[in-house]
Design a protein around this ligand. Structure first.
Ligand SMILES: *[C@@H]1O[C@H](CO)[C@@H](O)[C@H](O)[C@H]1NC(C)=O
Ligand SMILES: *[C@@H]1O[C@H](CO)[C@@H](O)[C@H](O)[C@H]1NC(C)=O
Ligand SMILES: *[C@@H]1O[C@H](CO)[C@@H](O)[C@H](O)[C@H]1NC(C)=O
Length: 448
């Protein structure tokens, strides 16, 4: 009998693994491998909020939702718009007249990213596709009069990038949502008549590789029917084998349930987490959506982006870097420059990033700060500061008789010597070539 149970236990997962609508089952699903291999993605926040382009993509809430309202937003509106101007009146000015999805996809491809995540619907509730559940509050009925989600998806996939969709569960001002909220989330009018029909439709229509869920924190996952939705997604949806999800599926889910963990925005763990995670962050440090009054000093520069990316990957994370396009459909040139810079760095150093695994040691700061990754039998030591002299001391690796050290981008083996029988080596560096990201990678083979 015992043997029979054992056999069944072994066979069942291979033949008819079905997930049940509970976290124990859903959390046990392995992540589709493409995601961990990809390492780098581009996040795109685009919507009606890009039109005011003031403050952040939370403009509507800061102006008319939160109590008390943000006085900067209130006075901006009273100074520049006629009395009674309402937020939905921004939508017709979301023209996207210069939107060329091929140009965007070329930039994303050139950044070295392997996936792109677009806001299909942010907290304002406006859908960037012709959702039948979002009547007159979508990019086909008004604004661009265009299927932005579909058009970008086609261009992105044409360049062999994975395509993900961001979807906000809550909608700040949706009357159905506000009714449910008033009822202490004991009713599900919004979930049954808006959220779920739209979400199922979005998955079937666009077949995303990733769903970046957000706006979950006000209500428990039982209100959102998250586990039922995820069970369908993993068992029966057209993307059941490839879909990746994050962890924002209800109050208390972040860092605990779902696919990979985002935890909080811009979350950066201090040491190697046990669960796959992603750091999302934004080139504009003050906003995810486009801001017309952004200043250069408020943007991440290329070396800080590379440092952040390297730290994230060394700690087992994926790095999702955000840009906010203009309502005209342009990626601001300064963002494009950053993305191309990341791509130029990855062109040389990508071997240490894509499909890498965290190493036994993640970091050391002996000569300069170094982050380690590994792939197969190779270990990569990424220096995120230029060493003051041409010698670099590394204490983490243990050398052997066949140890070989090279600088990525240069095949010539570098001279090295062991520090002690216990480990460590001193590497004699060449004059380091100019690197826009100010980070260089040593490849170490034959070490322990
Ligand atoms: C991208 O589009 C071109 C032109 O339509 C086509 O020839 C090519 O096969 C497409 N590539 C992919 C990866 O879909
Ligand atoms: C939502 O969850 C309830 C309770 O588990 C279930 O009865 C219902 O079928 C679910 N609906 C959808 C659309 O997932
Ligand atoms: C590395 O060490 C130097 C010198 O002790 C210190 O100034 C620097 O802050 C350290 N950097 C990191 C990332 O810990």
């Amino acid at each position: 009998m015992l043997a029979l149970w054992f056999l069944l236990g072994v066979l069942v997962p291979h033949t008819a693994a079905r997930y049940t609508a509970d976290w124990a089952s859903l959390d046990a699903r392995p992540l589709p491998p493409w995601y961990d291999q990809a390492k780098v993605g581009i996040f795109v926040h685009w919507g009606v909020f890009s039109v005011p382009g003031f403050g952040s993509e939370w403009f509507w809430w800061h102006w008319q939702g939160q109590q008390p309202p943000d006085q900067k937003c209130v006075s901006y509106m009273s100074k520049n718009y006629p009395p009674g101007f309402s937020y939905p009146e921004f939508a017709p000015q979301f023209h996207a007249q210069f939107f060329n999805p091929g140009d965007w996809a070329d930039i994303f491809k050139a950044s070295g990213a392997k996936y792109v995540v677009l806001t299909a619907k942010h907290h304002e509730g406006f859908t960037n596709w012709g959702s039948p559940n979002s009547w007159n509050w979508n990019s086909v009925d008004t604004g661009p009069h265009r299927d932005l989600v579909g058009d970008l998806g086609e261009a992105v996939r044409n360049r062999s990038l994975h395509y993900g969709l961001y979807n906000s569960l809550y909608e700040w001002f949706n009357p159905l949502y506000l009714t449910d909220k008033k009822n202490g989330f004991k009713t599900q009018e919004f979930v049954m008549h808006k959220l779920l029909p739209e979400l199922y439709n979005m998955v079937v229509r666009y077949r995303p590789d990733l769903i970046w869920s957000d706006g979950d924190w006000d209500a428990p996952d039982t209100y959102w029917n998250s586990t039922e939705f995820l069970a369908w997604l993993y068992n029966d949806s057209p993307v059941k084998d490839t879909i990746v999800t994050n962890d924002r599926w209800g109050a208390g889910c972040a860092c605990k349930h779902g696919g990979y963990y985002n935890c909080e925005d811009k979350y950066t763990p201090g040491q190697l987490p046990k669960h796959k995670w992603e750091k999302c962050t934004s080139v504009d440090t003050l906003s995810w959506g486009y801001r017309r009054n952004m200043k250069m000093s408020e943007l991440m520069d290329l070396p800080s982006i590379i440092e952040d990316l390297v730290r994230t990957v060394a700690l087992g994370g994926n790095y999702l870097l955000n840009v906010g396009p203009t309502p005209d459909g342009m990626i601001p040139a300064v963002f494009e420059e950053r993305l191309r810079g990341v791509g130029a760095w990855l062109q040389i150093n990508g071997e240490a990033v894509y499909a890498s695994k965290p190493w036994r040691v993640q970091t050391e700061n002996t000569t300069v700060p170094v982050w380690y990754t590994s792939k197969g039998t190779s270990v990569y030591a990424i220096m995120i500061t230029k060493p003051p002299k041409l010698t670099l001391l590394l204490l983490g690796p243990k050398t052997s008789a066949v140890t070989k050290v090279t600088l990525l981008g240069n095949s010539k083996p570098l001279p090295w010597s062991p520090v002690s029988p216990g480990g460590g080596l001193t590497v004699l560096l060449p004059e380091l070539p100019y690197a826009p990201g100010q980070a260089w990678t040593l490849k170490l083979d034959g070490i322990l």
